[in-house]
Design a protein around this ligand. Structure first.
Ligand SMILES: [Zn+2]
Ligand SMILES: [Zn+2]
Length: 348
């Protein structure tokens, strides 16, 4: 009896040693060396996503904005002197994520291209595949749990966990860690995809959260946010977009999470630099913008009308009238009651 117990103990010990040895062999963790930086640039591509990540001498582009952003992506890479992208991540097949990638591929040579699908019925997707073909690169569909290093940073694929008919649900979700700082990039993943990742038990904690789906209410649920607990959040969306992103309820959830919010619609390109310990943010414009003010009280402005055109707007609209032509309304009903018509841009 005692012998058997000893033998079982020996077998278990051997297995444990073997397993820990294997792990070290298969997934060498990148070595974090102080004294260098990770830069994450949330490029202002309007109602779309494009994030350029550089760590030491390695680079990764997560999405490329709309097809109309191709020139901007080309110019950005040229300006930064980035003629090689070690990784391109096309989070999902929607145009506002892959449309501008041909611009990147025209300027830079790509190492590995990741996308949740290898084909999709759209011209922009075909253009993306053609641009990759010209470099002899094929799309790789990653699996949750896959890891790779980017300079001294470690990148882990944590989603999608299960298939989805909705392209947003196929979004590649990645967590990047650099020293003591971490980033979560969620593409357009929505609640169901978030729940899958929660159920899978991944570590979601992140210093910086790229808010899902341009600040839609269908993403960034409370349970997800509670696991991420970001100190900073970034929303990539277009000023006065027709989707009403970012959604008021999502903004309210972010306020509860108590982090600092940056927004490309208000502040242009948002750049974050990490030295592995601390982060510093810079923005293209409006550094002091109220990116997430608490809900306005009844006494404060809800809607702004133009006394000449008799059109009313949200206070965030890009088409607000000159100060002298403004009238304010506490509620939508009040504006409509006065005979004002809703603006076609901000759709109040
Ligand atoms: Zn999108
Ligand atoms: Zn999408």
């Amino acid at each position: 009896m005692r012998n058997l117990r000893n033998r079982l103990f020996a077998i278990a010990l051997t297995l444990l040693i073997l397993l820990s040895g294997c792990e070290g062999l298969l997934e060498p963790k990148p070595e974090f060396v102080g004294g260098s930086n990770l830069t994450v640039e949330f490029i202002d591509v309007g109602q779309a996503d494009s994030i350029l990540v550089t760590c030491e001498d390695e680079t990764m582009l997560i999405d490329g904005g709309n097809a109309a952003d191709s020139d901007l992506i080309y110019a950005t890479l040229k300006d930064r002197g980035i003629s090689r992208l070690d990784y391109i991540i096309a989070t999902h097949a929607h145009e506002d994520h892959i449309g501008g990638l041909p611009g990147a591929l025209e300027y830079a040579e790509v190492g590995t291209a990741l996308c949740p699908v290898t084909s999709y019925d759209s011209k922009v997707f075909d253009d993306f595949v053609r641009a990759l073909d010209e470099q002899g690169v094929s799309i790789i569909v990653p699996e949750p749990g896959d890891t790779f290093s980017l300079g001294g940073a470690e990148v882990e694929i944590i989603g999608p966990i299960s298939p989805s008919d909705d392209p947003n649900g196929t979004s590649i979700v990645i967590r990047l860690t650099y020293g003591k700082t971490s980033f979560l990039f969620t593409g357009d993943a929505e609640r169901e995809a978030e729940q899958d990742i929660l159920d899978a038990g991944y570590d979601l904690s992140a210093t910086v959260l790229k808010v899902g789906h341009h600040g839609s209410d269908t993403s960034t649920s409370y349970p997800f946010l509670r696991e991420v607990m970001p100190e900073y959040a970034v929303i990539s969306c277009g000023a006065g977009n027709t989707y009403g992103h970012p959604h008021d309820d999502l903004l309210s959830r972010l306020r509860d999470a108590d982090g600092t919010l940056y927004r490309t619609d208000m502040q242009g390109t948002v750049t974050c630099v990490s030295d592995g310990e601390t982060l510093s943010f810079s923005v293209e414009r409006n550094a002091n913008a109220q990116t997430n003010p608490t809900k306005l009280s009844a006494a404060e402005t809800h809607y702004i009308g133009n006394v000449n055109s008799r059109v009313f707007h949200r206070p965030s609209c890009s088409g607000l009238p000159a100060e002298k032509n403004r009238v304010t309304f506490g509620t939508r009903e009040e504006a409509v009651g006065e005979g004002y018509k809703p603006c076609g841009i901000c759709k109040p």
